[in-house]
Design a protein around this ligand. Structure first.
Ligand code: SAM
Length: 280
């Protein structure tokens, strides 16, 4: 018995689709690095089937109009070496001036706000540009503002909700349509000993609001789709931080949000990724 560790390289714009595909293919856990995505599967799935699945995904990417560049390599890891291999790959990371994100088996860093994250099968280890940007901007945009309530739409591992609670938001809610993300975020809330975060399965319509801060690190099409429900859930003069857009996609998202009553404040770029702040 053992596992296959796949290291997959693809274009930035195809990463989310790749992660959805690997999850659907029965991936046990994923780690996103700047250059690649590492995905683990049980060996009972058969290496030919797994490799075939990834190869055929190139066609799907091409047909969806996404960059279909994709390459991968894999190694077999015996049951005995599994924990050590998984642990070696997920390294602690400092984000901005105050946060460190680390897995539960690493020692906390003194002098920083430690966010302990066991990713399981969910997105959000702090290594992806969009998560890093959100962590830094949540802190920046909250500075000197009312910190009563915070909503994290598409919470993944719960990392943004956890950061919001730690920097002082009194009531925090994370929602996600993926039950595996709900499991992972609930586990991470416990790991960080926080008792003011509620996690719900569903999207923005699963909560009432309004909130002082709404963070949503989602793909642009989803942001546009949920604009009519997201906008009224933001408090007057609250801040909405929208991330997960690739350069060029932000105008459509801003227009959709403005049509629903929000007002554009600022745009932040990190490589090919863009985040925007709006208010109401
Ligand atoms: N918030 C984490 C972060 O910043 O790292 C995770 C963001 S991850 C890119 C997007 C998450 O949104 C995934 O966990 C996915 O399941 C979830 N999601 C996708 N569509 C959604 C929707 N319409 N409503 C709520 N969650 C959604």
């Amino acid at each position: 018995m053992g596992y296959y560790e796949f290291t997959v390289k693809t274009a930035d714009e195809s990463r989310d689709a790749l992660m959805q595909r690997t999850s659907a293919a029965g991936c046990l856990g994923m780690i996103e690095n700047e250059k690649d995505i590492i995905a683990y599967f049980r060996d009972t799935q058969g290496i030919n089937e797994l490799a075939e699945n990834l190869n055929s995904f190139k066609t799907i990417l091409r047909e969806s109009g996404l960059d279909s560049t994709l390459s991968f390599e894999y190694v077999f890891i015996s049951e005995r070496d599994w924990n050590e291999s998984w642990k070696k790959k997920f390294k602690p990371i400092d984000v901005g001036d105050i946060f460190s994100v680390l897995p539960p088996w690493e020692e906390k860093k003194s002098g920083r706000i430690n966010l302990v994250i066991d990713p399981g099968m969910a997105f959000g280890t702090g290594h992806h540009e969009t998560t890093k940007t959100c962590l830094m901007l949540i802190e920046k945009l909250s500075s000197g503002k009312k910190k009563e309530s915070f909503l994290d739409v598409g919470t993944g591992t719960g990392i943004l909700a956890i950061a919001a609670s730690v920097i002082g938001y009194k009531y925090v809610v994370g929602v996600d349509i993926d039950p595996l993300a709900v499991d992972a975020s609930l586990r991470n809330v416990k790991l960080n000993n926080l008792d003011n975060i509620a996690i719900r399965e569903g999207s923005v319509s699963a909560v009432e609001g309004p909130y002082d801060f709404i963070a949503a690190n989602l793909m642009s099409e989803i942001l546009i789709q949920i604009a009519p429900e997201l906008a009224p859930r933001l408090n007057r003069s609250g801040a909405a931080l929208l991330s997960g857009m690739l350069t060029g996609q932000e105008d459509g998202v801003i227009t959709a949000m403005e049509n629903c009553g929000l007002r554009f404040l600022e745009k932040f770029a990190d490589g090919r990724w863009v985040s925007v702040a709006l208010t109401r």
